[in-house]
Design a protein around this ligand. Structure first.
Ligand SMILES: Nc1nc2c(ncn2[C@@H]2O[C@H](COP(=O)(O)OP(=O)(O)OP(=O)(O)O)[C@@H](O)[C@H]2O)c(=O)[nH]1
Ligand SMILES: [Mg+2]
Length: 288
């Protein structure tokens, strides 16, 4: 199995259009909240996002903290903070959202201080959530907005067709997040994205993604591999597949292990959070 043979490109080709659209929408906002996934703090971050955002105010939200390996992800948080990011990490489904509102509130005050210096009146801060598919953008928007009704209609200076939702007297949010597809010129990033995001399995080289997952689990979380699948070495990948297949009853007619089913099973276990407390991205942080 050769991990480098596939030219990874599992995201659709409307990248340029999405990018243009997002740049247009960004002109309307004062603050961009970029969402990344705690299990892949490197791979889920859009490489050139800072070029796109320019001098815009930014908050980096790290979601799915409940699913990650805190020891590793906390190092990434430290790494991003050192780089000057304002970082906020959480389980977006459950954690209190008020501290994030407070952080946005601080941004609103800073924005209005700048406006005052320019002789401009204070106003609400306009926010947009951005990120790659599946990182939790919609979940975050719902949490920020709560049960509040969407505020629709046209406002002067604001493009028609975009909905703004009031968060409170000081902030409003564009209800459509900016979705960007990462440029995948690095296979490790590609496989990590394939492991943790909802990319249609039909278009993935499943066997390779499976091998990538098993290798990473073996390298970083051998106990998980042992406990969940009863595997303690991966010298022979066919044997690994057979062991998992037998343990989890993935058989073809005639009692032969169904390899495809094993690949799907492991991928689903990871995606559904059944193998929690794992973070795959490791690069750069060792130097911290
Ligand atoms: N465990 C856990 N699951 C989360 C968290 N945040 C989001 N999810 C789940 O992750 C999945 C994707 O979340 P969405 O909010 O739909 O992500 P999105 O970025 O809007 O995705 P797209 O609209 O496809 O780009 C959903 O099943 C959410 O329930 C989190 O912090 N923890
Ligand atoms: Mg969404």
């Amino acid at each position: 199995m050769n991990e480098n043979k596939t030219n990874i490109n599992w995201y659709p080709g409307h990248m340029e259009k999405a990018r243009r659209q997002m740049k247009e929408n960004l002109k309307l906002v004062d603050l961009a909240i970029e969402v990344i996934d705690a299990r892949m703090p490197y791979s889920s971050k859009i490489v050139d996002i800072d070029n796109i955002l320019g001098e815009k105010r930014k908050i980096l939200v790290i979601s799915k903290m409940d699913l990650c390996d805190l020891k590793i992800t906390n190092k990434w948080i430290e790494y991003y903070e050192k780089k000057g990011y304002k970082v906020f990490s959480l389980n977006t489904l459950k954690d209190n959202i008020k501290p994030l509102i407070k952080l946005i509130d601080e941004e609103q005050q800073l924005m209005n201080e700048t406006r005052k210096k320019k002789g401009l009146k204070p106003r609400k801060i306009r926010i947009m959530v951005v990120g790659i598919p599946n990182v939790g953008k919609s979940t975050l928007i719902n949490r920020l907005v709560g049960k509040k009704k969407k505020e629709t209609g046209n406002k002067p200076g604001i493009t028609k067709g975009l909905d703004w939702i009031r968060i409170n007297d000081k902030m409003e949010l564009l209800d459509t997040p900016g979705i960007l597809w990462p440029k995948i010129d690095d296979n490790e990033v590609g496989y990590t994205l394939a492991t943790f995001t909802a990319i249609k399995e039909e278009i993935l080289p499943l066997e390779e993604v499976f091998t990538f997952i098993i290798k990473n689990l073996y390298k970083y979380y051998p106990n998980i591999l042992k406990e969940r699948y009863d595997i303690d070495n991966i010298d022979d990948i066919e044997e690994v597949i057979n062991t998992i297949g037998k343990k989890r009853y993935c058989y073809l007619k005639g009692g032969v292990v169904n390899y495809e089913q094993v690949y799907h099973l492991v991928l689903q276990d990871v995606k559904n959070g059944l193998i929690p407390n794992i973070t795959f991205d490791r690069r750069d942080i060792d130097g911290l």
